[in-house]
Design a protein around this ligand. Structure first.
Ligand SMILES: Cc1ncc(COP(=O)(O)O)c(C=O)c1O
Length: 431
């Protein structure tokens, strides 16, 4: 046996965290295994502050080292192991698309459904693999049997694509779409639940709730709202675009009826990958968005009649799940929350600076808004990029005015120190 092969086998024996098609991934999987071993007896909140551990995770990403990306809420990069999988599958598909896609790569869809179901803590017969949260929510919103006069309750800080879908149903079918207003942060679940309950009338059929409000990162009490909604005989749709792969929960524990997410956000799956969950008893009642030969079927696959799609992207999701499992969902949640608090606590007492998100664990994780008095969010966002090369997103929407900041597991503390310094310097220059 050659020295190189023996070397690889030796590392392969301790690896196992994810696929090891390249030397880097083989060594890195082994490093993650060793790092996991070193922190195995620590609580997730303690591991959150172990820089040696997270430096191993940071190595998995190939992000530009000169630009600080703090908009992982928009879309997140994939680790190298996921990128390489997509490249491999793409090369394979192009060796003979109809054979390698439909007869080889397609064999991976059912195992992938199983993996996703395991991560989500649900039955695989409730999981749809698709392209993003928008596709999932449009499927649910347009698939529900609702008639003229039926009411749906959402909030003004839900995601625009889905508010538009409900508005389209209102125009087309005469349903009534009501939207609540909230002034986040709110550190009181009961206040939020009560606002939804107060809006219910005998005509209300559905509550649409965003698990993590994308504008300011508020974590909504989905479980409590679902329990309240069910008491009134309503169905609950949950937009989990920013929660799945970040917060440590199992979908059925939320108590909702429908759950939608994008896997290219916190799960770091290939860009253009999503998932929908429909509670088994509802599957037959939801019309597929794209026509299917048996639209009232109880088979969840009736929602996957998309035609030719990117098999490499879809199959790459499997590596993102492996990577997630190698870290552990609870550890990831606590680390990202730690990173958010790390920068926010540095600036919170700076004159003219205000934080727009609760720093208490039950109410936020990754996303946090910051504003400087006397400066528009657009100007702040522009200054952060032009002067410091820090990428964030400026938000001026409904009641929200801030720059939204979202770190991810690959974010390094010195980058957050630089960001906090930048905020203080900019605030000091505002008259
Ligand atoms: C709360 C929320 N829901 C849904 C979406 C839509 O995600 P996608 O563009 O991946 O469909 C987003 C996008 O940022 C979002 O913030």
């Amino acid at each position: 046996m050659s020295g190189r092969r023996r070397f690889l086998q030796q590392f392969g024996a301790t690896a196992g965290a994810f696929s090891v098609h390249s030397l880097f991934n083989q060594l890195h999987a082994s490093e993650i295994s060793s790092a996991n071993h070193l922190v195995r007896d620590m609580s997730a909140t303690k591991v959150a502050a172990q820089e040696d551990y997270w430096s191993v995770i940071q190595q998995a990403y190939t992000v530009n080292p000169n630009i600080i990306n703090l908009n992982n809420g928009g879309v997140s990069p994939s680790p190298r192991v996921v990128q390489e999988a997509v490249d491999r599958y793409n090369k394979l598909a192009n060796e003979g698309p109809s054979y390698f896609m439909w007869e080889v790569l397609d064999q991976g869809r059912e195992p992938l459904r199983e993996k996703l179901a395991e991560l989500a803590g649900c039955n695989k017969e409730e999981i749809v693999i698709n392209r993003n949260a928008t596709e999932s929510l449009n499927t649910i919103i347009f698939g529900l049997d609702l008639k003229t006069g039926d009411e749906v309750i959402g909030c003004k800080l839900d995601y625009p694509n889905h508010m538009n879908a409900w508005r389209q149903r209102a125009l087309r079918d005469g349903i009534v779409y009501k939207q609540l207003s909230f002034n986040f942060p709110i550190e009181n679940d009961e206040e939020i639940v009560a606002a939804y309950e107060k809006a219910i009338t005998p005509k209300t059929k559905v509550i649409h709730i965003t698990h993590v409000i994308n504008w300011v990162g508020q974590i909504m009490p989905v479980k409590k709202i679902s329990a309240m909604g069910h008491k009134h005989g309503l169905q609950v749709v949950c937009d989990g675009a920013h929660s799945f792969g970040l917060l440590d929960f199992k979908i059925p524990d939320l108590g909702c009826d429908y759950f939608a997410t994008s896997l290219h956000k916190f799960l770091s799956a290939p860009i253009g990958s999503g998932m929908m969950w429909i509670k088994q008893e509802h599957i037959s009642k939801i019309w597929p968005l794209l026509g299917n030969g048996d639209p009232r079927s109880t088979n969840i696959r009736k929602f996957e009649t998309l035609g030719t799609r990117s098999f490499p992207i879809e199959q790459g999701i499997g590596e993102a799940i492996n990577f997630q499992l190698a870290i552990g969902s609870k550890r990831k949640e606590e680390r990202v929350r730690y990173l958010k608090n790390y920068w926010a606590e540095q600036v919170i007492n700076t004159p003219k600076v205000s934080i727009k998100t609760s720093l208490k664990a039950p109410y936020s994780c990754a996303i946090c808004g910051v504003q400087i008095e006397g400066m528009s969010p657009a100007d702040l966002g522009r200054t952060l990029f032009s002067k410091y090369k820090i990428h964030t997103v400026a938000i001026e929407y409904e009641s929200v005015k801030c720059v939204r900041v979202t770190p991810h597991v690959y974010t390094r503390l010195p980058e957050l120190d630089k960001f906090a310094r930048a905020i203080k310097e900019i605030a000091a220059t505002v008259k």
